[in-house]
Design a protein around this ligand. Structure first.
Ligand code: HSE
Length: 300
């Protein structure tokens, strides 16, 4: 038996919801081809599109390692699995690159084994992959990659994942400036203690964003997407972040911020054309700074 699975890139945090909010985009994403073979064990047979950056060693690769966790859990270590991973999105981009690969692998094995678990039950295994990739098993990329759309991680312990609605016309303008920001490092730089007054601002905004999604209130969505906890620190990793923000907002963005741990940035818009205009302007500005970039426009 063989299967080919695509899993999408995701935007984690959604500006104010560090580790608790994320949404999936249509493209880019990664592809996994998985074959069931006679010889038990999990092996990576091929990786393309990674410029040799990802380990072929099955215990260190997030895809094979999380598939192995899954097989241990469902007590199917008799199964033999060969994995081909085709990276179709940039690594270290802040767009949930490791998450897309891991989720594609887990969805593939679960389908090949006739859906032993529900899709939601795959989340903890995908979190193991994130832990291997960056040292912490955050779920705000893997949960939306698995479930699609907008997702809230209400609690990590116990895990409580809620799918959120969103207005029909919501587009993301995404720009990946080609500078390397490993998630592991971008997590370590954040202060672990916050002031109560900042926490108050932040939870007001998270509640505002979630309410805006339910009420389809674009203005509320936009004005809730500010971040006083993480963005002030991480923005220094992103070339000319505040100028990029100014450009996006001047072009009609509802909001602008860092995607996941960066360096990608994203803006929400009501119209697809506005998103297309924004990515072009941001790319132009980055070109002036001699920084290459990749751009994506996606419906949420
Ligand atoms: N919530 C995670 C972080 C997402 O900000 O570190 C990483 O993509």
């Amino acid at each position: 038996k063989s299967i080919k699975v695509f899993a999408p890139a995701t935007v984690a945090n959604v500006v104010c919801g560090y580790d608790v909010l994320g949404f999936a985009v249509n493209a880019p994403g990664d592809e996994v081809t998985m074959n069931l073979v006679d010889k038990p064990g999990v092996r990576i047979s091929k990786i393309t599109g990674d410029d040799g950056r990802l380990p072929l060693d099955a215990s260190r690769n997030t895809v094979s390692a999380s598939v192995q966790h899954y097989l241990d859990h469902v007590k199917r270590n008799d199964v033999g699995v060969e994995i081909e991973l085709h990276k179709k999105m940039p690594i270290g981009s802040g767009l949930g690159s490791s998450s897309a690969s891991t989720v594609a692998g887990l969805f593939a094995i679960n389908t090949l084994l006739d859906d032993l678990l529900t899709v939601k039950e795959l989340v903890p295994f995908a979190m193991k992959g994130e832990e291997l990739a960056c040292g912490y098993g955050h779920a705000d990329n893997v949960a939306p990659a698995l479930l699609g759309g907008f997702v809230l991680i209400r609690s990590y312990n116990p895990l409580d994942i809620i799918k959120l609605p969103h207005p029909d016309n919501l587009h993301a303008a995404i720009v990946f400036p080609e500078v390397d920001v490993p998630t592991r490092d971008a997590r370590q730089m954040i202060r672990s203690k916050v002031f109560l007054k900042d926490a108050v601002t932040q939870w007001g905004n998270i509640a505002g964003l979630v309410s805006g999604l339910f009420m389809k209130d674009y203005d509320l969505i936009g004005r809730s997407m500010t971040d006083v906890l993480v963005e002030p620190t991480r923005s220094i990793l992103i070339p000319d972040f505040y100028k990029l923000k100014e450009i996006a907002l001047a072009e009609g963005a509802l909001s602008f911020g860092i995607s996941g741990s960066g360096p990608s940035v994203f803006a929400f818009t009501k119209e697809e054309e506005t998103a297309a205009k924004i990515v072009a302007k941001l790319q132009q500005h980055l070109n002036k700074l001699n920084i290459g970039s990749q751009t994506y426009v996606s419906a949420v």
